[in-house]
Write a protein that binds this ligand. Structure first.
Ligand SMILES: *Cc1c(COP(=O)(O)O)cnc(C)c1O
Ligand SMILES: [Zn+2]
Length: 447
């Protein structure tokens, strides 16, 4: 089969995926990746499902990857030998039985996208982008380096894939606005790591200027190749449910590439007959960085970029999201909603869910806080199948948790506080503490 995909603007101008271009030369619009759906439709929905199932988690490189197992729907234009894969995707769908029942839900699942090579969902898109760069270079295109502005996870992912490919990576980070863990990732992978005295939006402005030099390939999600890889989140979720579509998906949003990708994945499956209905989507924002929420309040008739305030959910501390129009289009198609979470709400939600076996990052906390509000509003019914997208591994954000479980004098005690007890290494003392703890357990098992 001759599967094909290309860049296309809203007015229909097209460019090959191997061209180094991010906006249309004629209308300056963002480019999306379009697939030849007629060719894709020649395979039946059942045959697609069987093909994807046969490849899933297999060792046949690169098809065991959650992304490359769907290569025809993602990016058919890359030769297998140019693919740079670290077996992305295939992440656990955690049945949040205990947490769900605390909220009165019987069918709650957390898609653990952070259980990935660099600890965030960003790997799903980055494998496609870096593989394309590898393809362009092997076609003797002139690329000297890949680069991105980042709130911490994009840079970790880019640095890992670039170093696996042997391609230089340039990383622009807002100084002191990423965690120590996120900062050390590109450093360890040998990327040129530039820590700038600005916020993410400031880094983004500079990297977009640098992108005028075509030999520096731009890896931010303005480059829709990343969206193609991230699209597989939807396909994988549906596959994990034996091709059943859930009722609701809640996803945290910053630059809004991921919520767009989520929607596009469902729309593509719908076109190919793999699914026969769409879920509803809720995008969750931090109240301190909520330009999409504000636009939603106007029925999406208005959008104003804002200056994002500092939030614990640093990866979504974005005031001028590049994929705003894409995201609004997607949310309208999915009867979508947007809600927000305060700093206390997101921290409590993450900590509360941690008590049921999870270890959530703050962004997942934002989504979990919005989930609670939706349940309280009865927007979500008790037997709805709900998926919360967990975007990163909590281990990348230890300070968030340390701060929560540390009582600061004068501050209110957090609801789910748990502090270590220091005591002498003496048997009787230890036993006394255990007894005391278990006697108190009645109280906190209700939490
Ligand atoms: C990038 C990122 C997000 C936001 O995704 P967008 O596509 O920018 O909306 C959320 N959570 C984490 C952990 C991220 O790294
Ligand atoms: Zn155009």
């Amino acid at each position: 089969m001759n599967y094909n995909a290309w860049f296309e603007c809203d007015l229909g101008c097209t460019y090959p995926l191997t061209e180094i271009i991010y906006r249309c030369k004629n209308c300056d619009g963002l480019l999306k990746v379009k697939h030849d759906l007629d060719v894709l439709k020649q395979r039946s929905a059942d045959d697609w499902k069987t093909l994807f199932e046969n490849r899933y988690m297999s060792t046949k490189y690169p098809y065991g990857s959650g992304v490359w197992g769907k290569k025809e729907l993602v990016c058919p234009n890359i030769d297998d030998e140019n693919v740079i894969s670290m077996c992305e995707g295939g992440t656990n769908l955690f049945w949040a039985d205990r947490y769900g029942s605390q909220l009165g839900l019987s069918d709650l699942w957390i898609k653990q996208c952070g259980n990935s090579h660099t600890g965030s969902f960003k790997d799903l898109g980055m494998t496609v982008l870096v593989s394309m760069v590898n393809q362009i270079m092997s076609d003797s295109g002139n690329i000297k380096a890949v680069m991105c502005a980042s709130t911490g996870d994009t840079s970790a992912s880019l640095a890992a894939y670039a170093s696996a490919a042997g391609i230089p990576a340039i990383i622009l980070l807002p100084k002191e606005k990423v965690t120590r863990e996120q900062l050390i990732q590109p450093i360890a992978n040998g990327a040129l790591t530039l820590s700038l005295e600005t916020d993410f939006d400031g880094c983004m402005a500079i990297v977009q200027k640098l992108a005028a030099r075509k030999e520096f390939y731009l890896a931010n999600s303005i480059n829709s190749l990343r969206i193609e890889g991230q699209k597989t989140i939807s396909i994988e979720i549906v596959q994990q449910f034996d091709w059943e579509v859930p009722d609701w998906i809640i996803i945290p949003g910053g630059n809004l590439g991921n919520v767009s990708a989520l929607g596009l994945g469902f729309l593509m499956m719908y076109e190919l007959g793999i699914i026969d209905r769409l879920p509803r989507i809720a995008c969750a924002q931090a109240q301190r960085a909520n330009p999409l929420y504000r636009s939603y309040q106007t029925g999406f008739t208005e959008f104003k970029a804002i200056t994002a305030q500092s939030t614990q959910a640093t990866a979504i501390q974005i005031g001028n999201p590049v994929s705003i129009q894409r995201a609004i289009r997607v949310l309208k198609k999915f009867d979508g909603i947007v809600d927000q979470a305060t700093e206390t709400e997101l921290a409590d939600a993450a900590a509360r869910a941690d008590r049921t076996g999870l270890f959530n990052c703050p962004h997942t906390g934002v989504a979990l806080a919005v989930l609670t509000k939706m349940v309280e509003r009865k927007q979500i019914k008790s037997d709805d199948r709900v998926i919360v997208i967990s975007t990163a591994n909590g281990l990348k954000f230890p300070d968030f948790k340390v701060a929560y479980h540390n009582v600061t004098a004068g501050e209110p005690t957090p609801q789910f506080l748990n502090t270590p007890i220091e005591l002498e290494a003496e048997y009787e003392n230890v036993l006394k503490q255990i007894d005391k703890h278990l006697a108190n357990r009645v109280i906190y098992s209700k939490l």
